[in-house]
Design a protein around this ligand. Structure first.
Ligand SMILES: *Cc1c(COP(=O)(O)O)cnc(C)c1O
Length: 394
């Protein structure tokens, strides 16, 4: 990606810090996953939380063009943005809707997750009053311990929806893994056993929802058994598989297949020289041992650059990794520039991505900040403009 790094001109929008998203890379990641799945398995790409910080609308368009079946959101507000932008592909709302949201779900033509009888009834009533039938996906809790009807109650709920409710189409059924990314796969196997027992019990009663899904990125990469009619990956398609354990029977590794779509940069606003004993930033947590150069970068925790990187994280500058000095501030971060005596304001530091041969992945930032990659990516603030490569649309 470094070869294509576009350093934008200093305008009021792109002076301080920006994120570059390569939509061609998202499309390539979708293609790479597609190639490794059974032909009849379709992809529901999770684009919740502003497409993991990459930009909901641009990523959703690129993903649909690249052949994903549908988009997974967490909230109807996300579906509304997509519909407003005239994205008319299938949208599955993976988190349960709240009382009062049923009419919106129908109006936005969302496929909602159903986890209780009350939700099903409200959705059926809203669909009937709109004069249509709404496809729904029942979420089953096989051990995640989050949303989803508990699996011992799931058959009864599904059969009741199937038999009693006018207005709904039982289009899908899904479960979610608690630890598919961990080396020990036994709990994932256990969840799949419980899910399969339920599917069998339903099939015995003549109920076979078309779209069965379970696999997040980690499960889709690692376990053949987890890929059903649909897979439901997010993080892998953004190219951030660095925290997923290897192993499993599928025989391929995320790092060999997917590449990061996002890089994050910030400009040097000023450079100064410290004398021995001079301190840097709030609470004077870094004190210079001798004459040192410090570069002040125009990025801070107000942009989502994690505060815990204070005095411990790194950035790439002139193709080299250089340490953060002192506390990360809301708008500024100080880094060691002693090796670069001629460094100037306006030069670009890379927070996530490549410079020359050096790479700092989102997982590296996460490790130093004590955060998962997911949290680093979704934490990138709305103040940071997203610049898109690989398309003429933003
Ligand atoms: C976020 C989410 C996913 C995607 O998980 P990844 O680890 O990013 O692949 C899939 N399913 C559900 C229900 C989710 O909440």
């Amino acid at each position: 990606m470094s070869s294509r790094l576009t350093v934008p001109p200093v305008t009021s929008d792109t002076a301080r810090t920006w994120v570059e998203v390569d939509l061609g890379r998202i499309a390539a990641n979708v293609g790479a996953l597609r190639k490794r799945l059974p032909d009849d398995t379709s992809i529901l790409m999770t684009v919740k939380a502003d497409a993991y910080g990459h930009g909901l609308v641009a990523v959703s368009r690129a993903a649909l063009e690249a052949g994903v079946w549908g988009l997974g959101v967490a909230a109807l507000s996300e579906a509304r943005i997509l519909r407003r932008e005239r994205i008319d592909g299938p949208i599955v709302c993976l988190m349960p809707i709240l009382p009062g949201e049923a009419a919106d779900a129908v109006a936005l033509d969302v496929v909602p997750a159903v986890t209780t009888w009350e939700q099903a009834e409200a959705l059926a009533a809203a669909a009937r009053s709109a004069g249509r039938r709404l496809p729904v996906h029942v979420e089953v809790d096989t051990g995640m311990g989050r949303a989803g009807v508990r699996d011992e109650d799931a058959a009864a709920l599904v059969l009741r929806i199937h038999n009693e409710l006018q207005g709904l189409i039982l289009d899908g059924i899904f479960t979610h893994f608690a630890s598919a990314d961990e080396a020990d796969s036994s709990f994932t196997e256990h969840q799949l056993d419980r899910f399969d027992a339920l599917l069998e019990a339903l099939a015995d009663r003549g109920v076979r929802p078309a779209r069965v899904h379970a696999a997040n990125s980690a499960a889709a990469l690692r376990f053949r058994r987890a890929a059903r009619a649909v897979v439901r990956p997010g993080i892998a398609l953004y190219g951030a598989t660095g925290e997923i354990a290897t192993g499993g029977d599928a025989g391929w590794r995320g790092d060999d297949v997917f590449e990061p779509a996002l890089s994050w940069h910030a400009r040097v606003v000023t450079v100064k020289t410290l004398a021995a004993g001079d301190a840097v930033s709030y609470h004077r947590r870094y004190v210079a041992a001798g004459a040192e150069r410090i570069a002040v970068l125009a990025v801070g925790y107000g942009d989502g650059w994690p505060f815990p990187l204070s005095n411990r994280g790194h950035v790439l500058l002139r193709g080299r990794s250089t340490p953060i000095r002192g506390a990360v501030c809301m708008d500024l971060t100080m880094v060691d520039a002693t090796p670069f005596p001629d460094l100037e304001a306006g030069e670009v530091a890379t927070l996530i991505g490549r410079q020359g041969e050096e790479r700092q992945g989102v997982e590296d930032v996460g490790r130093e900040a004590g955060l998962m990659s997911y949290a680093v990516l979704t934490g990138i603030g709305s103040r940071v403009p997203r610049l898109y490569l690989g398309t003429d649309r933003t």
